[in-house]
Design a protein around this ligand. Structure first.
Ligand SMILES: NC(=O)c1ccc[n+]([C@@H]2O[C@H](COP(=O)([O-])OP(=O)(O)OC[C@H]3O[C@@H](n4cnc5c(N)ncnc54)[C@H](O)[C@@H]3O)[C@@H](O)[C@H]2O)c1
Length: 329
């Protein structure tokens, strides 16, 4: 089958990462089907509505009836639908388990029973919890130490998925770094975007635990990693986990602020640092495996994402960036 005859199902395609992925897959000639409950609205999908290779199912991955027809005729699924982030999962842990665990397992069983070949799951680097010493880089062999409902659901489903051995079924877990930058569904509740927004709007910024490390990756690069995974050889991706990001884009929070202040030097006095000595999410991550196996390199750095956010806000393209629709809680 030629690439442009393949149909890819994106769950959560109306979201921050999903809308970027829809765009890239359509550009590469795929047929794209999205299933999404439109929890944060559906504006991000407006640009695709009139594309004959795009199809939207407003539906819920928790519902057998919604999945039955949606999963039919699909080559690969990129599973992004979730209750995303610690605050949203802590707010409603039952819903988080219902979607991230039970719904994901239902989707997976449907995929296997309907002969879907590829299943790419959006997991997270926060599964690692924390590094043991400050000079460690965590890699895919490092122990997973989930410390929240969010990461517990992600680790649990990774184990379920990678434990499934069926002929012709090739599952992959992509552990995304924390995303930044713009997509058709902007999010301003993620560290880089939130810090850049506050300072671009001339506000005060309080930074808690400025010394702690985290890896970051541009949202459109995360989408590109999903495309590369779908297009890789079966043997390279089957039953594998890959961290997605770049070694150079691990930063302490203080370094993020410094990158923003390079572009907004007049805001230096607006930043205060609040001491915090324990953060269970202090981790630096190695991205060597996805680079050497799939040839993935992120095209954009944190500084590029900061520039995008500042530009969009200064131009007034996003009228009310504090609106609820740009946050997951
Ligand atoms: N953004 C990040 O920094 C980041 C980092 C690591 C991992 N991830 C993972 O990547 C994926 C996408 O994240 P995002 O930032 O695009 O989140 P998002 O909240 O923007 O998108 C999630 C989408 O899933 C949909 N959805 C929720 N419940 C659903 C259900 N029951 N049925 C169908 N659709 C449903 C929502 O309506 C939304 O459009 C998530 O699985 C997330 O855990 C994201």
């Amino acid at each position: 089958m030629g690439q442009n005859e393949k149909t890819i199902l994106i769950t959560g395609g109306a979201g921050y990462v999903g809308s970027a992925l829809v765009q890239q897959l359509l550009q590469r000639g795929y047929q794209v089907r999205v299933i999404d409950t439109l929890l944060h609205g559906g504006n991000a999908l407006l640009p695709f509505l009139y594309n004959s290779r795009f199809e939207l199912v407003v539906g819920d991955i928790r519902l057998d009836t919604d999945l039955d027809t949606t999963v039919r005729g699909i080559y690969g699924i990129v599973h992004l639908a979730a209750i995303v982030g610690e605050p949203a999962c802590n707010h409603d842990p039952e819903l988080a388990v219902a979607v991230n665990t039970i719904g994901s397992e239902l989707l997976c069983r449907k995929a296997v029973s309907q002969g879907v070949k590829r299943f790419v799951f959006a997991s997270t680097c926060s599964n690692y919890g924390t590094m043991s010493t400050d000079d460690t880089y965590l890699d895919e062999t490092s122990p997973l130490k989930p410390i929240s409902v969010y990461s517990e659901t992600k680790v649990g489903f990774e184990r379920y998925l990678l434990g499934l051995n069926r002929d012709g079924f090739y599952p992959t877990c992509l552990r995304f770094a924390t995303a930044f930058g713009l997509s058709l569904r902007p999010r301003f509740d993620l560290t880089v975007n939130e810090f850049a927004k506050e300072l671009a709007l001339g506000r005060k910024l309080e930074v808690f635990g400025e010394q702690f490390w985290r890896p970051y990756c541009h949202v459109r690069d995360l989408a590109n990693a999903c495309v590369l995974t779908l297009e890789a050889d079966d043997d390279d991706i089957s039953h594998q986990a890959f961290n997605v990001g770049s070694n150079s884009e691990n930063y302490r929070k203080k370094q993020l602020v410094e990158l923003i202040l390079k572009q907004l030097p007049q805001m230096a006095d607006n930043v205060t640092y609040v001491e915090r000595n324990d953060d269970p999410r202090n981790y630096r991550v190695s991205f060597d495996k996805i680079n050497s196996t799939l040839g993935f390199t992120a095209k954009r750095k944190v500084a590029d994402g900061i520039e995008e956010i500042i530009k969009a806000l200064k131009l007034g393209l996003i009228k009310n960036p504090d609106d609820r629709s740009y946050r997951n809680l």
